[in-house]
Ligand binder design. Structure first.
Ligand SMILES: [Zn+2]
Length: 123
């Protein structure tokens, strides 16, 4: 059964319990450092609050709204790759990228106007 983000339920449960154990240990250590006593249930409750606060930190401070430059670069590169893969062999120059024209006894060779000398172009 899938929960979210493609994570299987068992993987999600493992990550959740590992994170909760981490926060419980952090809270327990902090309480020891301050000389405070608490029941395991109280420590668990405080750990849950700290964990939720940690999860929502980005939303509370606007970090989730800032575009990730790496993701923007990936989107740009994927678009460029898609456009390159969609190109076809230029039918006007048969993929050579050059056009040869004759005028009397003269011959002229130039870059293909349609594909700009690449030999491939958009369909
Ligand atoms: Zn061409």
């Amino acid at each position: 059964m899938r929960i979210r983000c493609g994570i299987q339920k068992s993987e999600y449960d493992l990550k959740t319990s590992a994170m909760r154990a981490y926060w419980t240990e952090c809270v327990s250590q902090a309480m020891d450092d301050c000389g405070l006593l608490a029941t395991p249930e109280q420590i668990e409750s405080i750990a849950e609050a700290v964990e939720i606060g940690h999860e929502n930190y980005g939303v509370a401070h606007g970090y989730d709204c800032i575009p990730n430059p790496d993701k923007l670069e990936i989107v740009k590169l994927e678009k460029a790759l898609r456009e390159e893969q969609e190109k076809i062999v230029c039918p006007d120059c048969n993929g050579k990228g050059i056009e040869v024209s004759y005028g009397g006894t003269r011959m002229s060779v130039s870059a293909c106007f349609w594909c700009r000398g690449e030999g491939k172009r958009k369909p």
